[in-house]
Design a protein around this ligand. Sequence first.
Ligand code: NAD
Length: 491
Amino acid sequence: MTSQCDGWIRNYVDGSYVEPDASSSFDQVDPATGRVLAKVHEADKALVDRAVTSARRALDNGWADTPVRERTALLRRAADRIEERFEEFVAAEMADTGKPITQARELDVARALTNFRTFADIVAAAGQESFVTDLAGGKQALNYAIRKPLGVVAVIVPWNLPLLLLTWKVAPALACGNSVVVKPSEETPATASLLAEVLEEVGLPAGVYNVVHGFGANSAGEFLTTHPGIDGVTFTGSSATGSHVMKTVAPRVRPVSFELGGKNAAIVFDDVDIDEALTGLTKSVFTNTGQVCLCTERVYVHRSIFDDIAGGLVERAAGLRLGDPTLTATTTGPLISQAHRKKVLDYFEIAEQEGAKVLTGGGIPDLGQDLSGGSWIEPTLWTGLTNKNRVVREEIFGPVAALIPFDTEAEAIALANDTEYGLAASVWTNDLRRGHRVAQKMNVGISWVNTWFTRELRSPFGGMGLSGIGREGGESSLHFYTEPTNVCVQL
Ligand code: NAD
């Protein structure tokens, strides 16, 4: 059996695809057309329990003690195999999200490979710390910490970059010797199940990687986070869901790693190369139809160049190509669902009530009959707003930004930091000192200068405030996915 056949996307538990139960299902809908592509088997409580039990058994049967050399070799083979089946992953990612083929190839699937290869390298090269303690009487003690796997890790991921965000967690978790139960978003079930085929092909033992499909509350997500057999939760999604998950795991005091929402600022100083800044800003506002947690939704521009940046961004927005995701010329796909489009359209309405001037967009584009059932939305830019407005404070998660002028560096810093979120910021300037100075002042997990979305996987990633708890990436991933035991030996 494969991940998808007879019109079903299947759960994967204990090394096998589970025969679907027709009484418990939901639809996989193509966001570009609104057509139903497949049925997804919704895992019930018993199936989630089987997945957690099999994950525990896999650890006990030796996965946790498998030499790092073997585990990392397996991850590298998985990357090679994804590369061989590259276009299948691209197709599955597009079916799930409706995103343009070029993005699926160059960002989503390409980064999935890189996640496996990079975390294999990081874990293979990891050392352990040791300290010599001086004791009374001239004696000494040697301390060293060995890292053990955390155990059975619940991996809960969202729909915006489904394969990329899944592998960003699964790769380090497996490299560190954990087993995982993955709960993909109900909107994007395909790639997590397809990945199981690859992991099976490269010889991952049964039970180490499990996939359970479903929703959050009273469904697979909640069954997983409340299961007594999990040893930790790594979660990417909205701040509200993160807060809820935290409460559900609190009674058993399990570690959590939370990568949550953002309301990210860009600061554009008057010394920038305008064209270069516009290219960066266009990417940061509109990539993946604004559905990246790191996307910019607040653009603070020095008053002297405000009109140049606003006019230039409107022109760039007009240059985006919305439409058939299978065409390589398409730059911009739909939103993930009709429900999400409704949320974004509601914010469009709120913006108008709050006195926004719509520079471009603000509605639903007409892309012809074939795409009329999709969740398309126009790239949208506003002026005339301040930090007091809801649309400047709340995460919208669409192709939208408010442009706000500033006069001084101190004012720009204060405006950018005036938020409960703390995920990402970007600073656009040709003044080297100012770039460093302002980037360091941003109260965020990742602060870019003259770039956006440039990722080094060995560096820490995460957010502060409403944007999350903890960091992953490089050493930080090792810290979350392992438990150190310090051994102290008197010499
Ligand atoms: P969401 O919080 O609605 O859902 C995320 C996942 O949690 C889904 O798999 C969902 O089924 C599951 N879930 C929902 N309720 C649950 C519950 N009660 N118990 C257990 N699981 C539950 O988020 P979304 O709409 O899928 O994703 C968009 C959000 O994710 C945005 O806020 C975005 O900023 C954020 N995000 C953050 C990052 C980051 O790295 N910081 C990356 C991508 C997306």
